[in-house]
Design a protein around this ligand. Structure first.
Ligand code: FES
Length: 146
């Protein structure tokens, strides 16, 4: 059977699926975010009374600053992780209210515990730890540092 005949015999939907298998995720153009370097030398502060920190008022909220995800976890403690995913370096890591609060990257679905430990494996490569930063609260100023 010729390839064309074979595809015709499968029907239009199956032929399309075989011909264009990457329609939902092989090209960077179809993914939100950018591939960037993990931040190094991190040491900055956030004034929790400022406008930029509004999302940190409630437990489970987070902000993005200097490629770091700064979150107030579900227990009310501040945690910080690299916004750059340890899987393929997309800047799409966020804090989500799942399983007690985790870091999550929606590009390929990597999930990380608050200490950076991978919670799943999204391809054949071993999942790598997500970079976690220290936090220190002094008055209303939160310091994020390595
Ligand atoms: S880059 Fe984050 S899951 Fe692949």
């Amino acid at each position: 059977m010729e390839r064309k005949e074979f595809l015709r015999s499968l029907g239009a939907g199956a032929a399309f699926a075989l011909t264009f298998p990457c329609i939902h995720g092989c090209s960077k153009d179809e993914v939100d975010g950018n591939i960037v370097e993990e931040p190094t030398g991190v040491d900055f502060t956030v004034d929790l009374t400022s406008q930029e920190a509004q999302a940190l008022v409630a437990n489970g909220g987070f902000i993005l600053k200097n490629l770091v995800v700064i979150a107030k976890n579900l227990e009310g403690n501040y945690v910080a992780a690299s916004q750059v995913c340890s899987h393929e370096s997309y800047d799409q890591v966020r804090f989500v209210n799942q399983d007690g609060g985790i870091f999550y990257c929606d590009v390929h679905g990597s999930r990380f515990a608050q200490n950076g430990t991978p919670l799943n494996q999204v391809d054949s490569k071993p999942a790598k730890t997500l970079k976690i930063y220290n936090t220190e609260l002094e008055g209303s100023v939160l310091r994020i540092f390595e």
